[in-house]
Design a binder for this molecule. Structure first.
Ligand code: PBG
Ligand code: ZN
Length: 327
C-alpha cells in the first residue's frame, strides 16, 4: 500500500455517501433472532427486573407479541419456558402439553411467517435448576441426552421449525439428530449451542427464566471462559454430529471465538448476545452514561464483523425499529 501523502485514508471518510459505499458490515433484520419467555397462566406480562423491556408472557400475550414481531420484520424467535410445575426430571420439557408445546401450537395456529426455534435444555423445568438429571450433585450425561432427544421430538411434534440444544451435554446433537430423523423430522435443522461458556453474563436470564441452579454452578458442563482451542473441539464435535448452525455464547466478550469458529468451520454461525450484555447496555443507557442506541448498534456490528451470520439478541425489536428509521 502506498504511503502518506499519496495514501490518505481519510479521503473515503469525508462524505456520508462514500462512507456508505465502502462500509463492510451490515446489520439486517434477517440476521435477528428474538428470545421470548413463555410463562404459564393467562394475561401475564411481567417485566423482568434485571432486563428492562423484556417480559415473561403467557401464551395469549405471546401470540400478540409474535404478530407484532412479524409486522416489524423480525424473522425468527427462540422460546424459553417457565412451566407451572417443576420436578426432578424436568418432565414439563418433554410433555406434549408442556408450556413450550402449547406455546408453539398457539403461535403456529395464529401467526404466519415466523420461524419458531425452541431452546432444548432441562434447567427451566427441573426443581433443582440444573441442566440435566442428577445423581447426588453430579449431572448425568447420557441419561440427560435421552431426555433432551425426547424434548426435541416433542417440540417438533408441536410444530417447532428448528431446535437449539443449549445444555452442553456430550453427544446430544447426534442423539437429537437421530431421534428427529427416526420420527420423520428430517428437515428440521439443529442450531447447536456449540460453544457455550460458563459465564457470569447469564445472571439476568436466570431471573427471566427462573432457572438459577439451587446449588453449585454449571462449570461441569459449560466451557471454561479461558479456553478457545477447546472451543474449536466443541464446535468440531457438533459439526460432525450433524449440527446445521453452530452458536457461540456469549457474543461480545468472545469475539475472538466467533472469529475462529467462522474461519475454521465456515459453518452458518450464530452468536448469542446474552442477557448480561443487554442489561449492561440498558443500565448505562438509562443512567445517561452512554448513548444506548449507538452502543446497541456498535455491539451488534462488532459481533457481525467478527463473523457471525445471525444474532440472538434482546435488542431485536429496537434494532428493527432503528433500521426502519434510518432508511
Ligand atoms: C439454558 C440457557 C441459558 C441461556 C440460554 N439457554 C442459561 C444458562 O445456561 O444458565 C442464557 C441466555 C442469556 O443469558 O441471555 N441452558
Ligand atoms: Zn440449561
Amino acid at each position: 500500500m502506498a504511503n502518506y501523502p499519496t495514501s490518505r485514508l481519510r479521503r473515503l471518510r469525508h462524505s456520508s455517501i462514500v462512507r456508505d459505499m465502502v462500509r463492510e458490515t451490515f446489520l439486517r433484520k434477517e440476521d435477528l433472532i428474538y428470545p421470548l419467555f413463555v410463562h404459564h397462566g393467562e394475561k401475564i406480562k411481567n417485566e423482568v427486573k434485571s432486563m428492562p423491556g423484556v417480559y415473561q408472557m403467557s401464551i395469549d400475550v405471546l401470540v400478540e407479541e409474535c404478530k407484532e414481531l412479524v409486522a416489524l420484520g423480525i424473522p425468527a424467535i427462540i422460546l424459553f419456558g417457565i412451566p407451572e410445575h417443576k420436578d426432578e426430571q424436568g418432565s414439563d420439557a418433554y410433555d406434549s402439553n408442556g408450556i413450550i408445546q402449547r406455546a408453539v401450537r398457539a403461535i403456529k395456529e395464529n401467526v404466519k411467517d415466523l420461524l419458531v426455534i425452541t431452546d432444548i435444555c432441562l434447567c427451566e423445568y427441573t426443581s433443582h435448576g440444573h441442566c440435566g438429571l442428577l445423581n447426588g450433585e453430579e449431572i448425568l450425561n447420557d441419561e440427560t441426552v435421552t431426555l433432551l432427544a425426547k424434548e426435541a421430538i416433542s417440540h417438533c411434534e408441536a410444530g417447532a421449525d428448528m431446535v437449539a440444544p443449549s445444555d452442553m451435554m456430550d453427544g446430544r446433537v447426534a442423539a437429537i439428530r437421530k431421534a428427529l430423523d427416526y420420527k420423520g423430522f428430517t428437515k428440521i435443522p439443529i442450531m447447536s449451542y456449540a460453544v457455550k461458556y460458563s459465564s457470569g453474563y447469564y445472571g439476568p436470564f436466570r431471573d427471566a427464566a427462573d432457572s438459577a441452579p439451587a446449588f453449585g454452578d454449571r462449570r461441569s458442563h459449560q466451557m471454561d471462559i479461558a479456553n478457545s482451542d477447546e472451543a474449536m473441539r466443541e464446535a468440531k464435535s457438533d459439526v460432525e454430529e450433524g449440527a446445521d448452525i453452530i452458536m457461540v455464547k456469549p457474543a461480545g466478550p468472545y469475539l475472538d471465538v466467533i472469529y475462529r469458529v467462522k474461519k475454521e468451520f465456515g459453518m452458518p454461525t450464530a452468536a448469542y448476545q446474552v442477557s448480561g450484555e443487554y442489561s449492561m447496555i440498558k443500565a448505562a443507557g438509562k443512567l445517561d452514561w452512554i448513548d444506548e442506541e449507538r452502543v446497541m448498534i456498535e455491539s451488534l456490528i462488532a459481533i457481525k464483523r467478527a463473523g457471525a451470520d445471525m444474532i440472538l439478541t434482546y435488542f431485536a425489536k429496537d434494532v428493527a425499529k432503528y433500521l426502519d428509521k434510518s432508511k
